[in-house]
Design a protein. Structure first.
Length: 334
């Protein structure tokens, strides 16, 4: 680990901080050796291994003033867990790189790790190591291992005739971000608007990876093509279409949005179509599955929104197609 200088007397030494943050971490029997050595040792998974990594950077993905440190820590892990969910896997172990800027207190780091521990415990995932370093901005990078037990979902598995489904509702997190960033002004009834905004902000600050739903979907035969909604419905569905060499027809009237979304946006679907960070699942299953049956199987509301077709065109039925873009890591947010 690189040396972490004292941050204006507010932080303990690097190794004291490591000991402090890792004190409450509990490990499962599949972890042979956790934090404290040059490498962790984990037992061999039962099936193939999934491996993903993601970062959350201050002023790019979050503003530390918007939520609690616990929410920030949990969110950093949930966005990684969502990648495992999109493949139908089960998370097993992760390592955490924490980059700390001046002005961050040990109490804030305690909160971040408390959120990480809680999210890891709920997902049956071991935190087995990591790194702490000094940086100009606070960032949390997590590398996560998972295993495939029932089957795997890939972006290149969509076929003409498949039905396109999504879990949950779309656009909530994008509106939550805009509310926190001061980019969405109140409208309509103040009391109703206040309740809606609270819900939307919570959807942004505290996403929930669809791990159970992903694993149940992967057990279908054939396993659906799937992706999580991190960058927006249009952009993420576009990745499936590109990898599978197919097109799609989407029915605007079937895009699922929450009552809170409707309260704030009315009939506009722009954020439901292009907003990201909902971490719901888009999947393309063979015909024969109903919304009711899938909702029971996955234990989350499921809506059919369209059909995979031949060709490479993404067509929106019932509304003008918005800009096919969404969140881009290398461009500023609007």
């Amino acid at each position: 680990m690189s040396k972490l200088p004292d941050a204006s007397g507010k932080l303990p030494s690097e190794f004291e901080l490591i000991a402090r943050l890792s004190k409450g971490i509990r490990l499962s029997r599949r972890t042979i050796l956790g934090i404290g050595d040059d490498c962790a040792i984990v037992s061999r998974p039962r099936g193939d291994t999934l491996f993903t990594i993601d970062s959350m950077v201050e002023n790019v993905h979050f503003d530390p003033r918007w939520g609690t440190p616990e929410q920030l820590g949990a969110r950093a892990l949930e966005v990684n867990l969502s990648d495992i969910a999109a493949m139908g896997g089960r998370p097993t172990a992760c390592v955490v790189n924490l980059a700390v800027r001046d002005g961050i207190s040990a109490r804030t780091l305690d909160g971040i790790y408390a959120g990480l521990r809680n999210a890891a415990r709920e997902a049956s995932t071991d935190i087995v190591g990591g790194n702490i370093t000094r940086a100009r901005e606070l960032s949390i990078t997590i590398a996560l291992l998972g295993e495939i037990r029932r089957g795997v979902m890939r972006r290149d598995a969509a076929r003409p005739g498949d039905q396109i489904f999504v879990t949950g509702t779309l656009g909530d997190a994008a509106l939550g971000w805009r509310i926190l960033a001061g980019k969405l002004k109140p409208r309509g009834d103040a009391r109703r608007d206040r309740g809606a905004r609270k819900y939307l902000v919570e959807r942004f600050l505290s996403p929930q990876a669809r791990l159970f739903a992903g694993e149940r979907l992967a057990a279908l035969r054939p396993a659906p093509a799937a992706i999580d909604v991190s960058d927006g419905l249009m952009q993420d569905l576009g990745h499936i279409l590109e990898r599978s060499g197919v097109g799609a027809e989407i029915e605007a009237s079937r895009i699922p949005v929450s009552p809170a979304y409707r309260a704030v946006m009315g009939n506009s679907l722009v954020h439901a179509l292009t907003g990201g960070e909902d971490y719901e699942l888009i999947f393309c299953a063979r015909r024969g599955h109903s919304e009711a049956e899938l909702s029971r199987r996955l234990r989350v509301a499921v809506r059919r929104i369209g059909t995979i077709v031949r060709g490479k065109r993404l067509k929106m039925i019932g509304a003008s197609t918005p800009t096919i873009g969404g969140w881009d890591q290398l461009r500023s947010r609007g």
